[in-house]
Design a protein around this ligand. Structure first.
Ligand code: KG4
Ligand code: ZN
Length: 349
């Protein structure tokens, strides 16, 4: 390979392996994404209807080095051109996180560059800042994915105050389980969205938890149970999801999606008002949902606030959003070789 051009801006390699995507990206100090490579494991988990932690960590082991090589190749950057290595250390599946951490620690040690820890939640919301191309904080942040449904008052990119979270399922998890009940494929969010296209969102009036409640919390288990009762009766009887008529599935999917989206948007509106914020940042896989994006645009227009939602490839897990590591780097928050992973979220506030 010919020598890479040396540009003035320093470059960081970011590694993400918190769940079932093995990802690496090269981002320069001006937050330009020079490459972003994501190896999805969806095909491995489809037959289980969800992510199997042991399968995920084994797949990360196989993929991590090719993914890093590919990110460097696409960025036309050599290992010795890197000024830092960043890695997501929380929250996530411990076995999966450890694969990324081991790779990152080894590279930082060998290259003798700083190691920077990244919080996956902060990264999801930093994707909004990357997309906007300018500072957005303070802002209300909603992270809505397969593992999280949480609202934050984001004082700055590294200082989030938790306002409320789900008391049961995450919204993405609810989509995944609803899809299984309807005989739709995994992951459930995209397949519900596709099935809902021909459906009537008002066909079924599913519950919307805490809608008239000042609490900034979410609950999706009642909604899930209502869907089950609708398809399987009360008490639920055995049924064959594949035998549900297509038009019924479309109406159920559209009504279910509408209920989830209504609650998410309403809680964002409440949080904006409660904290008197003018900017809303939304991140995580569920932010890829078209109906949700439409309703967020309506919120922006009606409430006269700025709503920032990243492009689809930055909603689902990726390493480009770990550009938030530059914020830590500039504040001198670099890690040492005792850095470890954490399954849950360590709250700063
Ligand atoms: O952020 P992400 O890639 O991984 C986690 O950190 O969980 O989010 C994955 C979740 C899955 O539950 C998936 O069903 C959901 O995001 N999702 C969607 C859509 N695309 C992905 N949910 C609704 N509509 C979508 N278009
Ligand atoms: Zn995520």
């Amino acid at each position: 390979m010919p020598p890479a051009p040396i540009s003035a801006s320093r470059k960081l390699l970011a590694i993400e392996s918190s769940c079932d995507e093995t990802a690496a990206a090269v981002i320069d100090e001006r937050l330009c994404v020079l490459s972003s490579v994501v190896a999805s494991q969806t095909a491995l988990h489809v037959r289980f209807g969800g992510v199997v932690p042991e399968v995920a960590s084994r797949a990360h082991v196989e993929r991590i080095l090719p993914v890093i090589d590919e990110a460097l190749r696409q960025a036309v950057v050599r290992l010795e051109d890197l000024s830092a290595v960043a890695v997501v250390t929380q929250p996530g599946l411990v076995g999966s996180l450890l694969v990324g951490l081991t790779a990152a620690k080894t590279l930082a040690l060998v290259l003798d560059v700083p190691l920077v820890a990244v919080n996956h939640i902060e990264a999801h919301l930093f994707a909004c800042r990357m997309h906007a191309g300018r500072d957005l904080f303070p802002a209300i942040g909603l992270v809505v994915s397969g593992g999280h449904t949480s609202l934050y008052d984001c004082h700055d990119p590294l200082d989030f105050e938790l306002l409320g979270t789900t008391i049961d399922d995450a919204a993405g998890e609810a989509f995944d389980k609803a899809a299984a009940m309807l005989g739709l494929g995994y992951p459930g969010g995209p397949s519900i969205e596709v099935a809902a296209r021909g459906g009537n969102p008002a066909a079924y009036r599913f519950p919307r938890s805490f809608l008239r409640d000042a609490r900034l919390e979410f609950s999706f288990s009642g909604l899930k149970t209502s869907l089950l009762y609708e398809v399987a009766g009360i008490p639920p009887a055995a049924y064959e999801p594949q035998s549900l008529p297509t038009s019924r599935v479309a109406d159920l999917a559209a009504s279910f999606q509408e209920a989830v989206v209504d609650v998410l948007v309403a809680k964002c509106r409440q949080a904006l008002a409660a904290r008197r914020r003018q900017v809303l940042c939304v991140g995580g896989g569920v932010a890829a949902n078209t109906r949700f994006r439409q309703k967020l645009q309506e919120l922006a227009d009606n409430a006269k606030v700025e709503v920032v939602v990243p492009p689809l490839e930055w909603c689902t897990d990726n390493a480009a959003m770990s550009a938030v590591a530059w914020e830590s780097f500039h504040r001198g928050r670099v890690a040492d070789d005792a850095l470890d992973v954490t399954a849950g979220l360590i709250r700063r506030r």
